[in-house]
Ligand binder design. Sequence first.
Ligand code: HPA
Length: 274
Amino acid sequence: MNLRTQIAEAVRYIRKHTATVPEVAIILGTGLGGLVKEIRKEVVLDYDAIPHFPVSTVESHHGKLIIGTLGGKKVVAMQGRFHYYEGYTMQQVTFPVRVMSHAGLGARTLLVSNAAGGMNPKFRRGDLMIIEDHINLQGDNPLIGKNDEQLGPRFPDMSEPYSRDLIALAQKVAKDLKIPVRKGVFVAVQGPNLETRAEYRFLRGIGADAVGMSTVPENIVGVHMGMRVCGMSIITDECFPDTLAPVTVEEVIAAANKAEPKLTAVTKELIRRL
Ligand code: HPA
């Protein structure tokens, strides 16, 4: 079955529950689900029930698609995302983006968040970083295979993967809210292991400020379909090769939870001002 038919079937199911056309699609990263509480919810759908959505494994209780209102705008939000390291294909990881987009439910703006390791020596745990650009080191790409020209071009331009306007707006919003923000380059790796010291040195050397295991596939598919993308990372651990300390996923999640209110505040106000 081709991709557009799959999108249409997923949309048909969602449309049985709501006629709302969201303006903004939101993907919430690990430990960063707090924004969900702020959404005035119209419908909450389990991923498992949506045709062609990947079947989730461990995080099944988190897999929910939420449609409602936030900052005065209609939004669709993913509580829980699919990671490449879980064994999904890049096409599966990014299918929900297609469904939320104007090829599906209608969103033309995509806001993505993640928990990331900070490699820029100026960064500290708990910092909020606006993603300015990215490097794809996942060794795969969601656009590999036959291209559907109705969804987007074969060779999408990547000169502005993250909307300059949204970066400027996010910075302005953060300033007005008196929330300090960093700006930087995000590199996506496969995971699931964290990086070695030598790898951090390498990733810093090629120009990255933060590292994580998500976001880039969703960005690429968003760009493919002409969405405006804004990405934000919460720095959950300090990945400085010369002073590297062990980290656990519990620590990463705790740091994300702690810094999450900053992300929620900026995101909500950003949406209000779109
Ligand atoms: N690498 C290192 N630290 C991290 C990551 C990662 O991918 N994600 C969150 N903290």
